[in-house]
Design a protein around this ligand. Structure first.
Ligand code: BES
Ligand code: MN
Ligand code: MN
Length: 460
């Protein structure tokens, strides 16, 4: 019945997603504020059409949260579906092969039946919209087996600043048994997996100041410290020869995995040659003694996300700049605490600044790491749902990205999450030419109702 419904509505499902993808809802850029709100309106309309009750746009001090629900029986369990309608900026635009907000289907090696190229196609509009279509299908075929609530936000890509307070102020409204999220990746299209953890985040911006003004690099060069040179050296010094992070205390709270846990993590298939080929790199990098899965799943990192200063225009300008800047992110693992790591970074960065150089460290948003259970009814229901539609048991993995609100759901609402994602790491999230496999989109729509079915059955 599910397959039939999808077959009959395939084109409409795709066209509706295309309409959503055409809205450039970039939360980081104020110029797109009206588009972000437009995306919220779109979700609201589609939620009503799909059959949800009490659909509302909940205003916050930032972008709104779209809420809707279908309560069929108080005695049945309730699934809270979370997703986000905001997207990352699309720059650099010139690297896109088709415009980021004009969804286009192209075949790729990994998606031979076509992928939808557009900003947000995978992260998270495409994955979030699967839930609305799966819900529509359950409503239209009279097969919704338990209660459902939707909470779709518009600030995930900028740190979910206002969602925490919203949760705290709406505990009754958000009462549920589990949170279901599709905003992560699988190992491969023929290798389903479920993330059982996400990394946390500390994000800082640094400003390094030398002389009080830009100087002639010939007249002063050699006698006055260059802030760009200094900043580059400071950043480089934060990894040692084993690519271990040198900030004192950085690893103090990191939970080391047992040999068994490490072995389990590395059971998941991984082809390093494919990995390198996809990225056109001749070798991988990272902390000595750990595999790629460990490096991205259970080990913390420090990466410079942007660095600027001096002259970057056309041609050459011989200048010794007054200032240099960088944005630096640290991915955190259990039991590290975001604000503690930010403090450690700040203290360390200030302490390594050479004489005569002023530094300012400005903290941005952060988030806590999270581990989700594999012995819960919800995890088992998700695993069985994926097994039903993929014909293979999903492998538990650890996601390298962050969805800071997941730790907050646990802390403030007492709710565990299931991270049933259908994207691939190679779908270029946050990069030019982001895409989402058409088959992945339909597969998600097909799998979600099974999750509801099994979750309701197993909860009895
Ligand atoms: N959906 C991603 C997170 C993700 C992607 C987790 C793939 C696991 C696998 C999310 O939208 C995201 O990009 N989060 C940000 C954090 C946020 C605070 C900006 C991230 O991870 O950089
Ligand atoms: Mn996302
Ligand atoms: Mn994202």
């Amino acid at each position: 019945m599910i397959k039939e419904y999808i077959e009959q509505n395939k084109d409409r499902f795709l066209n509706e997603l295309f309409d959503l993808l055409r809205i450039p809802s970039i939360s980081a850029d104020k110029d797109f504020a009206s588009d972000v709100n437009k995306a919220a309106e779109f979700i609201k309309i589609k939620m009503v059409e799909a059959g949800a009750d009490h659909v509302e746009i909940c205003q916050t001090a930032g972008y709104p949260i779209v809420y809707g629900e279908k309560m069929i029986d108080q005695s049945l369990p309730t699934v809270l579906v979370y997703g986000h309608y905001d997207v990352q900026p699309a720059v650099p635009l010139e690297l896109w092969h088709s415009p980021p907000f004009e969804p286009t289907i192209r075949k790729t090696e990994i998606h031979p039946n076509g992928a939808i190229f557009a900003r947000g196609s995978c992260d998270d509009k495409g994955q979030m919209y699967m839930h609305l279509k799966a819900f529509e299908m359950m409503m239209k075929t009279n097969s919704l087996p338990c209660n459902v609530k939707f909470m779709i936000e518009g600030e995930e890509e900028v740190g979910s600043t206002h969602l925490g307070p919203f949760c705290i102020n709406n505990k009754e409204k958000l009462k549920a048994d589990v949170v279901l999220i599709s905003d992560t990746s699988m190992i491969a299209n023929d290798t389903p997996s479920i993330d059982t953890g996400l990394r946390g985040l500390s994000y800082v911006e640094v400003e390094v100041t030398g002389p009080n003004r830009d100087l002639h690099s010939g007249v002063y060069g050699g006698a006055v410290a260059n802030p760009i040179n200094v900043l580059a050296k400071m950043i480089a010094s934060m990894h040692d020869e084993n690519n271990h992070i040198t900030i004192p205390g950085f690893y103090d709270k990191v939970i080391e995995l047992t040999a068994q846990e490490r072995a389990d993590l590395n059971l998941a298939p991984f082809n390093i040659e494919d990995y390198k080929k996809d990225l056109e790199i001749s070798d991988v990098w990272g902390e000595k003694g750990f595999t790629v899965y460990e490096k991205t799943g259970v080990r913390p990192t420090l990466d410079c996300n942007g660095i600027w200063g001096g002259y970057i225009g056309e041609g050459a300008k011989t200048v010794l700049p007054s200032k240099a800047f960088a944005k630096i992110s640290m991915r955190l693992v259990p039991n590290q605490v975001s604000h503690e790591i930010t403090d450690l970074f700040k203290n360390h960065f200030e302490s390594i600044a050479p004489e005569g150089i002023k530094v300012v460290v400005k903290p941005h948003h952060g988030g806590e790491p999270v581990v989700t259970p594999t012995d819960s009814i919800a995890y088992k229901a998700a695993a069985k749902a994926m097994e039903t539609t993929f014909g293979k048991k999903p492998i538990p993995t650890r996601g390298g990205g962050s969805i800071p609100i997941v730790a907050l759901f646990e802390k403030e609402l007492g709710l565990k999450s299931v991270l049933m994602g259908f994207g691939l790491d190679s779908d270029a999230l946050h990069s030019p030419n982001e895409h989402y496999g058409i088959e992945n989109y339909y597969k998600g729509i097909e799998t979600i109702p099974y999750f509801f079915k099994y979750f309701a059955e197993m909860s009895k």
